[in-house]
Design a protein around this ligand. Structure first.
Ligand code: ASP
Length: 342
């Protein structure tokens, strides 16, 4: 018996070391406009979300489980443009997009324009695992969420004052009409905003996580409120499989952030994985090629995080900042915000 067990153990593939890369959006995030309290708050949130993913992976959980755990935290955190704290559309609504992809089987789920589901990332996962479809939109997606028992909230749950002020400011600047304050929102503050940052600093904050689990599988997930003051049911790259989110054990897993229109046209996430797969490029080189050559050639802006099944981790961005973190099993947590950090 003991020999049989020993022989079986020898034929088991070696366990992989788990790893995570996380982003909290890219954009004009500059030291000069960031108060120390704000910076500390972002670093604390990113640390907490990365740790949540690490705890899942360390117990042998899947990359998909780890991604959902981390993104749920960021969706609940009003600092980020995902879930509660999402930016507003020009009509004064929060329309949320999310996607998740499992690199072990190429299964994927995505939602766009969701307004009532507390955790869009969990809805994307439910689309992947509990529906025959890949992408659901709008009211139908929220109805599906309720049918599979996901937590539904009143749309005003997603309201935050500084995002509202951010919308009002942008619309005023552009000479566009200001929509009425959303039903169910708290009354306007009487004094000045006591938020830790000026409203314009809050346009950014899409969140994404890529992970490698002990079984050697990679996955990617992204969640966002899209771009501030968007109109006409606009959908960005985040929930588009191959654009803002992609994962395959054959190559890599990617989550992107930035002006989605460019990322859709370039098929950014799949493009990085194609460079890894077809050209055998190291992951960092593939990420830099797509961001600094291909995206820049189109005058696009943003960034991405990526991971391979053999444990390469990468990020690349061409904006002044991207909230980001990396953690590999047994290693030290690396966190960055500005572009002069490693
Ligand atoms: N990529 C997102 C979108 O275009 C926005 C962002 O990442 O800031 O919807």
């Amino acid at each position: 018996m003991a020999t049989a067990l020993a022989a079986a153990a020898q034929t088991q593939p070696p366990a992989h070391h788990w790893a995570i890369v996380l982003h909290g959006g890219a954009g004009v995030i500059e030291r000069s406009s960031m108060k120390p309290e704000a910076e500390a708050a972002y670093r604390a949130s990113i640390t907490q979300a990365t740790q949540a993913a690490a705890n899942v992976l360390d117990k042998g959980g899947s990359a998909v489980d780890a991604i959902e755990a981390a993104i749920q935290i960021l969706e609940d955190d009003p600092l980020f443009n995902a879930g509660r704290g999402a930016v507003f559309t020009a009509d004064g609504k929060n329309e949320l997009d999310a996607a998740i992809m499992d690199g072990s089987n190429l299964k994927a789920g995505a939602v766009a324009g969701v307004t009532r589901t507390r955790h869009p990332i969990s809805l994307a996962r439910a689309v992947m695992e509990k529906s025959p479809h890949v992408m659901l939109i709008g009211a139908g997606a929220d109805t599906f969420a309720a049918s599979v028992g996901l937590e539904e909230v009143d749309p005003s749950y997603f309201f935050t004052e500084r995002r509202w002020q951010g919308l009002v400011k942008q619309l005023q600047k552009e000479g566009r009409p200001i929509p009425p304050r959303p039903a169910g929102a708290p009354p306007p503050p009487t004094g000045p905003l006591t938020e830790i940052e000026p409203p314009e600093a809050h346009k950014y904050g899409t969140v994404g996580v890529v992970a490698l689990d002990r079984a050697g599988n990679v996955a990617a997930g992204t969640s966002t409120g899209g771009t501030q003051a968007k109109q006409w049911g606009r959908v960005g790259d985040s929930p588009i499989i191959g654009a803002g989110t992609y994962a395959s054990n054959q190559s890599c897993a990617v989550s992107a952030t930035g002006t989605g229109e460019y990322f859709i046209r370039l098929g950014v996430a799949r493009e990085v994985c194609n460079l890894v797969y077809f050209k055998g490029m190291p992951l960092q080189q593939a990420a830099d090629q797509v961001i600094h050559k291909e995206l820049e050639a189109m005058h696009g802006d943003g960034g991405l995080i990526a991971i391979t099944p053999d444990g390469q981790l990468a990020w690349s961005f061409n904006a002044p900042g991207m909230y980001r973190a990396k953690l590999a099993e047994g290693g030290k947590l690396e966190i960055g915000i500005y572009n002069d950090e490693p």
